[in-house]
Design a protein around this ligand. Structure first.
Ligand SMILES: Nc1nc2c(ncn2[C@@H]2O[C@H](COP(=O)(O)OP(=O)(O)OP(=O)(O)O)[C@@H](O)[C@H]2O)c(=O)[nH]1
Ligand SMILES: [Mg+2]
Length: 607
């Protein structure tokens, strides 16, 4: 049987965070629409979930497809943040080539190295895009050199080292062979894709498709997404589902879709080489193979990144529980967490001895904070404990995760950064000029990175650019001093007064404003000494002096310090929880009662 199929190119766009992947994909879609329909479209937004848009980062990879001349180009936009590296590794299996974007000033960064390494190992053909050449301080020629060196060091094959390089500006919508001569479109890049990325091969034989991601629809339920590796998939036909444990289940394809522009088009069959979405498959997991009903043959399973960090998740039992959220019981929290593991592969949940406490394992602070933020937006209330890195026992010795930390900083601040990182057992490995900045590379225990960003930004007046990525497990490097300051703890429940807060300004800085409701045991500020201090912020001014109004006190009060969710996660100590509701993020002592707190003190001492 012969199948007609148009010529397909499958490419993934990979890069370090913020180097411009999504902007480029938006421009490609925009261009192909103009090209086909000759009309203007408004800006497309691929980062389409609320959190992605607010933060300006990609969290989940996305499939889109464009037509160019006689070709169909399937494009997979991937997240650049290291916490989502496992996702990138998985979707690379859909592609025959990659566009490796590199910022024309920053050059290769930790995540560039990681994603490029994975792509090269899989034998994919790279095209290098030196992006952001519109930046005034860019250095595209040097960046090209460092990409070449990186490829070489990552053991690229002769063919891979022969990569094509395009220069341009995703933002301005152009690409070309020479950065000094801007073109007027991204067409040169599309031409390069057609010419250099291998055509998707149409393998004949018993059908096989590995499920690499999934989607939900309220109408049809779970949708399996993957690339047909061999043979043909047809709608309304029985197939076999090959599971992780080696078992084979009989199931059925209902409908088939291929990617078309930003959407999907229903088709009756899909031939090898094409990427598609399948409905009707029951009880699948990512990594399963949809195979021929009579002769099922599974594809090799996808390896999944191991978690590097854990956090305790528990129900909200603060005095303010249930005021703002809809879902507050242990049942709610439990079901939601387990549901998340269906599509969030790097996430693991472990039950504990207690029915309202769960250990959640993830790839880093951002990975876990995205889950927490998503839950609070859905109406959940919960509390989380201090993030813990995961130790490993290797040959009877305690090992800990170590990361590559890269800091680019103005020369005059370099010393401060080195000092801060050294205090956290970081070792300086490379120090070299980069434009008018100093480029520093360290190896530092993951533990030492928790809370470091805020310190580095404070010490450098916000000028440092910091990036890190998991590297290896190494022998435990000894204790690292934690936060130097103790907490200011509320003694009473009720709204704080400007009068009381004003009187306490010399004790530390506050996380709450006058009038804000707090409860006894809540962490309401940072003490300027190393011990915790209980304070009463509800005291009212004696009413004898009627002339002084509350506003005078207000004026003298420093504005409260407001932490983001991630900053709070990195700030709390072992004996503290973060209380998260749809409207509030509060820090608190696990034991709210001062006597109980005293009694339980030993429990939290360094193991
Ligand atoms: N000057 C300049 N800025 C650009 C260019 N391309 C993208 N940017 C900007 O860089 C920032 C990040 O762009 P994105 O396209 O979201 O980057 P990304 O690689 O998709 O980021 P992640 O998905 O989070 O890894 C945005 O503010 C863009 O406007 C460019 O060519 N020139
Ligand atoms: Mg993006």
């Amino acid at each position: 049987m012969h199948h007609m199929q148009q010529k397909i190119r499958n490419i993934a766009i990979i890069a370090h965070v913020d180097h411009g992947k999504t902007t480029l994909v938006d421009k490609i879609i925009h261009y192909s629409k103009l090209f086909r329909e000759n009309q203007e479209f408004e800006d497309l937004i691929l980062d389409n979930n609320e959190l992605e848009r607010e933060r300006g980062i990609t969290i989940v990879s996305k499939n889109v497809s464009v037509r160019y001349k006689d070709f169909k180009i399937n494009i997979i936009d991937t997240p650049g943040h290291a916490d989502f590296g496992g996702e990138v590794e998985r979707v690379l299996k859909l592609a025959d080539g990659v566009l490796l974007l590199v910022d024309a000033f920053e050059g290769p960064m930790p995540q560039t190295r990681f994603v490029l390494g994975k792509a090269l190992q899989l034998g994919l053909t790279p095209i290098v895009v030196v992006n952001k050449v519109d930046k005034p301080n860019c250095r595209p020629d040097e960046v090209y050199e460092s990409v070449f060196d990186l490829m070489f060091n990552l053991d690229a094959t002769e063919e891979q080292l022969d990569f094509v390089t395009m220069y341009g500006s995703s933002k301005q919508g152009w690409m070309g062979p020479d950065w000094k001569t801007p073109t007027d479109s991204i067409e040169p890049l599309l031409e390069a894709i057609i010419a250099h990325i291998p055509e998707a091969v149409v393998l004949e034989g018993n059908s096989q498709m590995q499920i690499t991601s999934l989607d939900y629809s309220s109408f049809v339920g779970r949708i399996a997404i993957g690339r047909v590796a061999r043979g043909v998939l047809k709608e309304n036909t029985p197939v076999a589902l090959c599971k992780a444990d080696g078992s084979i289940k009989k199931t059925r394809i209902k409908e088939l879709y291929v990617f078309e522009g930003l959407g999907r088009a229903k088709v009756s069959e899909v031939i090898a080489g094409e990427i598609c979405a399948v409905t009707g498959i029951e009880n699948f997991e990512i990594g399963d193979t949809i195979a021929d009903f009579e002769n099922p043959e599974p594809l090799a399973r996808i390896s999944i990144d191991e978690p590097t960090m854990s956090m305790l998740f528990t129900i909200n039992n603060s005095p303010f529980y249930g005021k703002e959220g809809k879902f507050v019981t242990s049942r709610h929290v439990r079901d939601r967490l387990f549901k998340e593991t269906e599509k969030n592969l790097a996430l693991k949940i472990k039950e504990t001895g207690s029915e309202d406490k769960f250990l959640v394992f993830g790839r880093g602070i951002l990975h876990l904070s995205v889950l927490i933020e998503t839950m609070r937006r859905e109406g959940y209330e919960l509390q989380v404990g201090q993030p813990q890195v995961l130790y490993k026992d290797i040959d009877g010795q305690r090992h800990e995760p170590v990361e590559l930390l890269v800091v680019d900083v103005p020369e005059h601040s370099a010393g401060k950064v080195i000092e801060l990182v050294s205090q956290r057992k970081g070792e300086l490995k490379i120090m070299e000029p980069k434009g008018d900045l100093q480029h520093l590379e360290f190896e530092v225990p993951s533990r030492g990175l928790i809370g470091l960003r805020t310190n580095v930004l404070n010490a450098t007046a916000g000028e440092a650019v910091m990036n890190h990525r998991f590297m290896k497990y190494d022998a435990f490097k000894g204790p690292i001093a934690g936060r130097i300051n103790g907490s200011l703890i509320a003694m009473e429940t009720g709204p704080g007064t400007a009068y009381a807060i004003d009187k306490l300004q010399d004790r530390g800085v506050f996380f709450v404003d006058p009038g804000e409701d707090v409860y006894a045991g809540q962490v309401i500020g940072e003490h300027n000494r190393d011990n915790d201090l209980e304070v009463n912020i509800q005291k009212a001014k004696k009413l004898t002096n009627m002339r002084a109004s509350g506003t005078d006190d207000n004026v003298r009060i420093a504005p409260k310090i407001q932490f983001s969710l991630e900053e709070s996660m990195e700030y709390i100590q072992k004996d503290e929880y973060l209380e998260v509701t749809p409207k509030s993020i509060r820090m608190r002592k696990i034991y709210l009662d001062p006597n109980e707190r005293k009694r339980m003190e030993n429990k939290f001492e360094e193991a």
